[in-house]
Ligand binder design. Sequence first.
Ligand code: GLC
Length: 601
Amino acid sequence: MKFTLLMIVMLIASSFVYSQKTNEDALNKKVNELLAKMTLEEKIGQMTQVDLDAIKKTPKDIAKYAIGSLLCGGDTEVPDITAKGWADTYEKYQNIALKSRLAIPILWGIDAVHGHNNVDGATIFPHNIGLGATRNPQLVEKIAAITAKEIKGTGIQWDFAPCVAVALNERWGRTYESFGEDPELVKNLGVAYVKGMQTKDLSNKNAVLASVKHFIGDGGTTNGIDQGNTEIDEAALRKIHLPGYIETIKAGAKNIMITFNSWNGEKVHGHKYLITDLLKGELGFKGFVVSDWAGIDQLDKDYKTAIEKSINAGMDMAMIPFGPDRANNYLQFITYLIELVNEGKVSMNRIDDAVQRILKVKFEMNLWENYKVDRKLTKEVGSAEHREVARDAVRQSLVLLKNDNNILPLSKQLKRIHVTGKSADDIGNQCGGWTIIWQSKSGNVISGGTTVLQAVKNTVSKGTKVTSSLDGTGAEGADVCLVVVGETPYAEMFGDREDLSLAKEDVEAIEKASASGVPVVVLLISGRPMIVENELRKSNAFIAAWLPGTEGQGIADVLFGDFKPTGKLPHSWPKNMKQIPINIGDANYDPLFPFGFGLTY
Ligand code: GLC
């Protein structure tokens, strides 16, 4: 009996391996048949990703040069930013691409880093730092799957996410794009995000290609300088910054974006050991790598030299923001790379390897079938169901740092609650960077959200009076004063800070609220821990809310006790700037609040 059982198991296992192998063989056959038909110009066209702003005046170039991919960077303009408008724009340019000689569909990439954040009315989830505080991979997988649906609702099939940076220095303007300072946490949530975004099978029509970024060491630069220099030995690089890539590749990641920063003084965009030997060789990465935004240009002032270095280092696709009216444009990329091949400086093998990798992913995505927009999904963008998941994510992301005399949760039957502070009624501050526009902005940057003030009004009883101000004044006589302060939106290098103290207006708002003699609850809306020891002393309760996104109702759910706070710090909380970088595992570790800290009711 046992013997036959063993035989059956072995038969099933070998047939599974056999079917995997035959699928792989069938895939490679399709890739190589198409490759064999392609001219050198068409091959290099597939290696070219162009920003929409750079090609919208010369759209026929998409077909003429068999451009492989389009993207919309954070500030790229489209005529209509509703989901329908984005879907119409996608369709227009995909139809042009399909007029190319071989009719290879384009992959369209976008930064949907906390929901489909370029689309007005989309569901905006907490940025990754808040998801790190949830410690909940199942939730992150669900968020990624919803984000994928909203992306596909606009036709787009490639998301430049998840960022698996391990952010070690909170001076870095991209701290909020990281799940936290711990490689294990980052790895687990990065894997969950890839699984949700790509669904079980990349050929599913709802699947979106994830882009695991930025390889490698983006969160470890000296002084947290964006695009700076990560100065550590290889053992530390592997221990801290590699796990996110090892595990997401195992989880099926088929695209990786290369980082702007240098490793010990050498730009990673031109680093053959890291891209080819480590990532593609040792880790066996079979997908394709894409540069960052004009990242190749940083290798040399001579564009042709820069292209030679990056492609030979293993870059497969170049992200090119510029059109014929600018230097280092997509026509020059194509021309120079053709020249480099004809001069023998870039081998045809290298070109074929890059194009095989790109085509293989397009076949795995069944792009020739799945390139059409599913207009049913267009209608689901920003749906109540999606927003409920975002609201739950907000609840789970909140970290309760102080709760003197259990002032929280608040009663819904208070006589009066005073809500104040610059971010009390500001959806832009709540969402943070990468919202509609690259840097986003304070105020009504996106439709469809709920601010903290609106959420409080939605939650309290009819008999409760809700008053508000912006500057901390007016709390006298209230039962409690909620002060909502923190950071205004920024992205990337524009968020690099030498000083993480609260802005003067925030310090004053908390002081005025505290001077009113009314109990004070501070809600910090920020992309990272800030220097708040004085403000902590002036408050009775203090919550880190990170960048919660559109669903502010999740904050009221916790403030008024419908849900308990469960969030845990994804970063060690520094006492002062001198302590930064301060990370779990450091010697003499003495933060204000340790990594993993979080109170509950
Ligand atoms: C940016 C970022 C990268 C983003 C890309 C496209 O500069 O570094 O994270 O995906 O350009 O917008």
